[in-house]
Design a protein around this ligand. Structure first.
Ligand code: N01
Length: 494
């Protein structure tokens, strides 16, 4: 017999979202909760992504929990090992490590109406019954490989940016980096000087603005340590500096032009060759795809051993890549910095709600979840970093914390009303869908003339980003409206 466990709350994932949730439950005195984590440590994306140059592209003082500011960040944009360390420290400090089952992936979760609980199968088949299920899975962790003819024939090392092969020898070799997203622009500058030749394959150029990164002097770190208020003031300054940008993405043309100008000036300053500059100039609106920040990507592309290849890839051979113009470039290794299956993730998660409907089916019916957190037909399921809660302009940790507060309020509401089950009403979901529909048309994510992972592959609608400011999201999720939910004591009667 496989072991069976009962808990009040089961959290999936021990990244920023899952850990933050577990910590809040612990702080509020909850005892009966578990976190299942597919990896062997906490950290989520910051455990998984270990490519050279991996770092935050949001200032670290803002990219941290509000309840655990870190005076010790060594740089404005901390490198991955520091962020991973920070999360490990938080897990330890707040005493949630004992609640985490590592190397325990979610197999499936089925809502059992008769029990008013989720039946969850994990790892090798262990079953967990949980009254409340919280997804902290995030959107960016199932690698998306391109579909290139002959990919499987390549004889040298080839791997995805999120599954970096530390054993692969790149020094003195001919290497391809495919992609021009946030990952690729961090990788190319780091490895360019080590390779013999580096071919950077770009399908679509990105808008790139300068990265004001610098080491935070020790005396400042000491000041932050001694005067936490100073650190908080600094964080507030960073917050408003980023928050202001959202208008430019929501349709404010003047703000959007300012961003475009900044990026174009950066390109002109760093790239003198007009032909190369042409290849690097996007033809879509600023912000339509994620705006990248980098001060070393353009210089890396201009190294004598680096070539920007803009011809589409037509074939991968045993030791080379062929492009549409018929050119074949010999290669020892290929790095796929080609992103993640962002919008398909929840679709494919084996979560079955009331009446056995899969999350994918529920999503097809209506591509919305209230505040990205709750969905009709899925009682007692709460999503962190769910649909339409990503950000293109500010720190997503702020969104995670707002969602955690909302979930805590939902749990408190159930307790107060002495009800076991809470389900979003269909009308509330409809209203929210309408709200999204009204917001999107003027935004750059939809009207900006690009294709990006923010968009639903079928409809082209933005299903990834929150179409507003962080302040607005925080305000709107501050209170749970009981009218949006049906609260019931156990099984449903129709
Ligand atoms: O992935 P992406 P990413 N031939 O999807 C290209 C977060 N993040 O891993 O634009 C050639 O952005 C594709 O081209 P196109 C952040 O939220 C954060 O870089 O589709 N190219 C694109 O250029 C980010 O947005 C940090 O035409 C091909 C690239 O691959 C998200 O993760 C760091 C191709 C994929 O870019 C994803 O970023 C890293 C082909 N056949 C990531 N197929 C921080 O610093 C695809 N591409 C916090």
């Amino acid at each position: 017999m496989l072991p069976q466990t009962h808990v009040d709350v089961l959290i999936v994932g021990a990244g920023f979202a899952g850990l933050g949730m577990a910590i809040e439950l612990r702080k509020a005195g909850w005892e009966s909760f578990l976190v299942i984590e597919k990896g062997d440590d906490v950290g989520g994306t910051w455990r998984e992504n270990r490519y050279p140059g991996c770092a935050c592209d949001i200032p670290s003082h803002l990219y941290s929990f509000s309840f655990d500011l870190n005076a010790g960040w060594t740089r404005m944009y901390a490198p991955q090992p520091e962020i991973w360390d920070y999360l490990r420290r938080c897990a330890k400090r707040y005493g949630v490590l004992g609640n985490i089952l590592f190397s325990t992936p979610l197999r499936d979760a089925v809502w059992e109406e008769a029990q008013g609980a989720w039946q969850v199968t994990v790892g090798e088949g262990m079953r967990i019954t949980a009254r409340v299920l919280i997804s902290g899975m995030g959107a960016l962790h199932v690698p998306q490989y391109p579909d290139l003819p002959g990919m499987e024939r390549f004889a040298g090392p080839s791997f995805h940016s999120a599954a970096w092969d530390a054993q692969a020898v790149l020094d003195g070799k001919d290497v391809a980096v495919i992609g021009t997203g946030a990952s690729a622009v961090q990788i190319t500058p780091q490895i360019a000087s080590r390779t013999q030749r580096l071919y950077h394959f770009q399908r679509t150029p990105a808008w790139i603005i300068p990265k004001a990164d610098f080491a935070i002097p020790k005396r400042w770190r000491r000041r932050f340590e001694r005067v936490p208020l100073l650190m908080r003031a600094f964080r507030t300054l960073l917050f408003w500096n980023l928050e202001m940008r959202v208008g430019g993405f929501l349709g404010n043309r003047r703000l959007n032009r300012l961003g475009t100008k900044l990026a174009l000036r950066h390109l002109e300053t760093q790239v003198r060759d007009p032909e190369l500059r042409g290849h690097l100039t996007p033809s879509y609106q600023f912000g339509c795809k994620r705006v990248l920040i980098s001060s070393d990507f353009y210089p890396a592309l201009q190294r004598p051993n680096v070539e920007l290849v803009t011809q589409p890839i037509t074939e991968v051979r045993e030791r080379s890549i062929v492009t549409a113009d018929g050119r074949e470039r010999p290669l020892d290794a290929i790095i796929y910095a080609t992103g993640f299956q962002a919008t398909r993730l929840l679709d494919s998660a084996a979560i079955y709600g009331r009446g056995g409907i899969s999350f994918g089916e529920g999503w097809q019916k209506r591509k919305a979840a209230l505040w990205g957190i709750t969905k009709y037909g899925f009682p007692n399921l709460f999503l962190l970093l769910g649909p339409n809660t990503g950000l293109g302009h500010n720190s997503v940790v702020l969104m995670i914390e707002a969602q955690i507060r909302y979930v805590m309020s939902c749990l408190a509401l159930m307790r107060r009303q002495q009800q076991q089950v809470m389900e979003l009403r269909e009308e509330a979901e409809e209203r929210f869908e309408e709200f999204l529909r009204k917001r999107m048309p003027g935004s750059v994510w939809q009207a900006g003339g690009c294709r990006s992972w923010y968009q639903d592959p079928e409809t082209g609608e933005n299903v990834a980003l929150w179409p507003g400011s962080v302040r607005e999201y925080q305000r709107r999720t501050r209170r749970v409206s009981a009218r949006d939910y049906e609260l019931r004591d156990g099984p449903r009667v129709n």
